[in-house]
Design a protein around this ligand. Sequence first.
Ligand code: GRF
Length: 211
Amino acid sequence: MKRIAVFASGNGSNLQAVIDACEKKAIAGSVCLVCYNRKDAYARVRAQQYAIPVVYLDKTAFETSDEMDAFVIKELEQHKIDLIVLAGYLLKIGPRITAAYCNRIINTHPALIPSFCGKGYYGHHVHEAVLNYGVKLSGCTIHFVDEGMDTGPIILQQAVPVYANDTVQTLSERVLTVEHQLLPKAVALFCEDRLQVHGRKVMINELEDVQ
Ligand code: GRF
C-alpha cells in the first residue's frame, strides 16, 4: 500500500476523486497527507472529513521558497510519503522536492501537453487560451513532474472536444470530468508499480496473469 500526499489549492474535486478511488480499493494506496496553500481551499475541508492530516503551506511564512521546500520535505518524510499528487496545485514545486521525489510526483494539467502549458497556463487561463486559439480538441494530461513547468514525462492523456459555443466554464467542466477519471487511473498504475520511465517515455506494464 502506497502512502500518498495530495497538494491542492482550491476546490479539491481531484483530491476527492483520488480519495474515492482509494476507498473503493481501485488504488492500492491511501491519502495520508493533504497540503494546501490557500487558507480557504475547500480541499482542506474534504481532507478533514476523512481525518486526513493537513498542512497549510503559507508562502509568506518562509524567507525563501527553498526554505518552504525543506519544510515540505520534512512533512513528507514524517508521513512516509511514497507519492505526491498535484491536484489543482497552483504553486511551483521546487528543485529540492523534484530531486527528492524524482518520478514520484504526478500532476494533472487541463489541456493536451505540449499545447497550452508552461508559464502562465494554469486554472482558467488554460481554457481561455484554448478557446481563443480556436482548437477543436483540448483534453487532460497526467504527467510526472520534473524541474520544468509541465515538462515531465506523460503518463496518460485524453482528448476532450471543444464546441463552438463553449465558455471557459463549460469547457473546464468537461475537462474536469475527464481529469476525475484519468488522475485516479494514473495513481492506481503508480501504486501497482506499473509505470516505468525511460527518458521522456512512460511505459505502462501489463498486469501479469496470476494462475
Ligand atoms: C483542475 O482542472 C486542474 O487541472 C486545474 O485546476 C482544476 C482544479 O480542480 N489546475 P480541483 O481543485 O481539483 O477541483
